[in-house]
Every structure is written in C-alpha cells, then in structure tokens.
Design a protein around this ligand. Structure first.
Ligand SMILES: NC(=O)N[C@@H](O)C(=O)O
Ligand code: NI
Length: 172
C-alpha cells in the first residue's frame, strides 16, 4: 500500500526586490534602482541589475526557454539548484509567472519554500546555489530569456521534497 505524501499549502507573495534579496536580484525597470538617461535623452538605462556569476571555469550564455503553462493547483514536489553559477530568467511574453525558492545550503523542506508571483515585466536572478523550482509559466506558452552558465562539471542538483508544497491561488 502506498502512503499519501503530506501536503503543505504555500502562500504566494508579490515579487519585490526586498523580499527576494536573500535569493538573488529582481530585474526590473524601477525607480528604486540606479538609472540614468543616455542616447541624447532617448533612452533610460536601468543599470547593473543582477550579479551574473558563471563560476571560475564557466562562461555566460544567453538562451530562450519556451515554457508551457503550469496548471493550478500546482504541486511542488522537487527543487533544484545550480551550485556553480547564477541563473537569470527575464520574461519576454509579458505574462506573470511563479517563482519558488529556498536559501542556498541544506536541502529545503516544503515549510521553508517561498513562493513569489512575478509580474510580466519582472525578471529574477537566482544567486549561485539558491534552491528553486524549474520554470513555472502561467496563462499560456511564455518565452524567457535565460542568462546562466556553460562549462565543465555538472551544475544542477535536484531533490525530491518529503512533503509536497501546493500552490493553489489565482494570481494575486
Ligand atoms: N534545466 C534547466 O536549464 N532549467 C532549470 O535550471 C530551470 O531553472 O528552469
Ligand atoms: Ni534552474
């Protein structure tokens, strides 16, 4: 007889720079970040938004992830981390998406997970080693520009959670 896994309802928070700070950076054109006008006044530059870390023997690469939408309620059953490098996701389709994270270090429990709803104009950069769930697109097929690492050595650890985290909220 298989025993059912315990479930833990997960609260969804709006994504903000302050709340996400323990996990990395939020990539957005906000008055809260350093910005200045360039190109003879035509363009505003929102400067130096994320710490992109490819690791000592890696190089920075840019890819596009085309994510299929996830259905809600969503069961968070696994998490992953990239121990050698950061990973950034910048939405290109203008739709909100979910970000599930836990601090770098010991494998997290469901109770330690943080869930953020990101707007379609907010990207995130996971700092090296930060636990996160793979891409969670919502509302349709969505493209994301992804800035992460190519290089030798394996750069993805996955864990299965003992307790399933359940995200069951409509976007905030
Ligand atoms: N595997 C892969 O490149 N994608 C994950 O790292 C992810 O965070 O979506
Ligand atoms: Ni990842």
């Amino acid at each position: 007889m298989t025993t059912a896994l315990a479930v833990q309802p997960l609260r969804v928070e709006p994504l903000s720079r302050e709340a996400f700070a323990p996990f990395g950076e939020v990539i957005e054109a906000s008055d809260a970040v350093k910005h200045f006008t360039i190109n003879a006044g035509n363009t505003e530059r929102y400067h130096d938004l994320a710490n992109i870390e490819p690791g000592a023997d890696g190089r920075v690469i840019v890819s596009i992830f085309r994510g299929q939408p996830r259905a809600l309620p969503f069961r968070v059953e696994m998490m992953e981390r990239h121990p050698l490098a950061s990973q950034a996701f910048i939405p290109m389709s203008g739709k909100p998406y979910l970000v599930v994270v836990a601090p770098a270090g010991e494998a997290p429990t469901a109770a330690q997970l943080r869930v953020f709803l990101a707007r379609g104009d907010q990207g995130v950069n996971y700092a090296t080693g930060v636990w996160h769930h793979p891409l969670l697109a919502l509302g349709g097929v969505c493209d994301f520009l992804v800035v992460d690492r190519a290089g030798p050595r394996q750069n993805c650890d996955e864990i299965t959670l003992d307790t399933v985290g359940v995200i069951d909220c409509a976007p905030l």
